[in-house]
Design a protein around this ligand. Structure first.
Ligand code: GUN
Ligand code: FE
Length: 415
């Protein structure tokens, strides 16, 4: 048993961000037992670790990111999506045919993700099996809960990344078999997006989904170009989500729809019907000018939304800064489209923390029974005014850096 003293902030519900000043959090076997303003007598013999004025918050969940693109972070940010893919992203992804390159980058990526306070993630690899084996093992070894996918592409991409349909399916099945019994890092189907996948590929992936009962991650209505291209590529297609539903790719979860910027009502209805989750990758979608997710409208329509770094369209692995950017973008959206409301800090923080429970179970909160996957943040106050614990967390999301994360806990163990 461990007892930590400090200020504590976490989401109980989407509009319910709670704070405890100078309180105690009791952790038994890595799981939260309770939070107390005055420590009950029965704990009087347990050692207390005191974090003073620092604030204990849940670790973050990143629902969409690309590990292979790590070496390109912060580069080519003046390009639009299609050029960005062709000129910068695809050539980098080719390099993962080299296992030692993959091993180097994936260790650095996993360490940097943890340094940014993220302990649960849904991650794209590349088309390469061996490199993606290395990636999923990098997470498994660190005990990070994740879903990792080997990418599928059998059209509209450079020759050096193009797969033959059968070969793509066989390689995916092998990847699933190799990792289906992993403890923390599970495989997930990863057709890149509609423009680079044939319907034959998608339906065959649907058969693998049925056989292995795995989920799917992909990019959904991520740009105006992609939305129209998807309709052109698939005969009789009304919307992006319909393609995946028709291919039998929404039968098992998790269903992760990255971006979801231009959804039709049918896209929304299909996502909800299959208990899917849309991912707001705020900086990524403005960096490659894909657009702005209608976050307020979607939340009010009952769509589940998580937060993603989408590196390297996004420039950093800090989910905390994406929480701030999600609020900022909701303001710009509401300025131009009155039906889109501004989201609150409480809502945005929930999206980057507790919403992750839809995918990973009892994470992202400190209610009784949740994993103590936690960060202790500090160094954010100054002498000019005293901040409430929630204000410390807000400042961290807007102006914080990795140096403000003073301690990290994964299932109760300090890492
Ligand atoms: N659409 C297809 N591939 C990608 C990718 O790698 N990143 C982003 N942001 N969008 C994509
Ligand atoms: Fe992406």
């Amino acid at each position: 048993m461990k007892i930590y003293h400090g200020s504590i902030v976490y989401s109980k519900g989407i509009k319910n961000l709670v704070e405890y000043k100078g309180s105690y959090i009791v952790v038994q076997d890595g799981i939260v037992e309770g939070i107390y303003e005055t420590l009950p007598e029965r704990y009087s013999n347990v050692e207390i670790i005191d974090f003073g004025r620092d604030v204990i918050i849940p670790a973050f969940t990143d629902l969409h990111t690309h590990a292979p693109q790590y070496p390109n972070r912060g580069l080519a940010m003046d390009e639009m999506l299609v050029n960005w893919l062709d000129k910068y992203t695809f050539p980098l992804e080719e390099k993962y045919k080299d296992e030692s390159f993959a091993s180097d980058v994936y260790d650095a990526f996993a360490d940097d993700m943890i340094a940014h306070g993220t302990m649960h993630a849904v991650v794209f690899g590349t088309i390469h099996n061996k490199a993606t084996d290395i990636l999923i093992k990098a997470f498994e070894k660190r005990g990070i809960m994740s879903y990792v996918g080997k990418v599928n592409m059998d059209k509209n991409c450079p020759d050096y990344l193009l797969e033959n349909t059968e070969e793509s399916i066989d390689k995916t099945e092998l990847f699933l078999q190799n990792h289906i019994d992993n403890k923390y890092s599970k495989p997930i189907l990863t057709p890149r997006f509609a423009p680079t996948c044939s319907f034959e590929l998608l339906t065959k992936l649907g058969k693998l989904m049925a056989k292995y009962k795995v989920g799917i991650q992909t990019h959904i209505v991520e740009s105006l170009w992609e939305k129209e291209e998807a309709k052109k590529c698939f005969e009789g297609c009304r919307c992006d989500m319909q393609i995946y539903e028709d291919a039998g790719l929404l039968e098992y979860g998790p269903t992760i729809a990255a971006h979801f910027i231009y959804p039709s009502q049918e896209d929304i209805d299909i996502l909800k019907k299959h208990n899917g989750i849309a991912v707001q990758c705020a900086d990524a979608t403005t960096n490659v000018i894909a657009g702005i997710m209608p976050t307020g409208l979607l939340l009010d329509d009952g769509v589940k939304i998580g937060v993603g770094s989408d590196l390297s369209a996004g420039q950093s692995l800090g989910i905390y800064s994406q929480i701030a950017s999600a609020i900022r973008l909701s303001k710009i959206k509401s300025l131009y489209e009155k039906e889109n409301r501004v989201i609150s800090f409480a809502e945005a923080f929930y999206l980057g923390t507790k919403q992750g429970e839809v995918i990973f179970g009892k994470v992202g909160s400190f209610e009784k029974g949740y994993y103590f996957d936690a960060l202790v943040i500090g160094g954010l106050e100054d002498k000019y005014q005293e901040l409430k614990p929630v204000e410390v967390v807000e400042r961290f999301c807007y102006a914080g850096e990795t140096k403000n994360i003073k301690h990290k806990f994964l299932r109760g163990k300090e890492i």
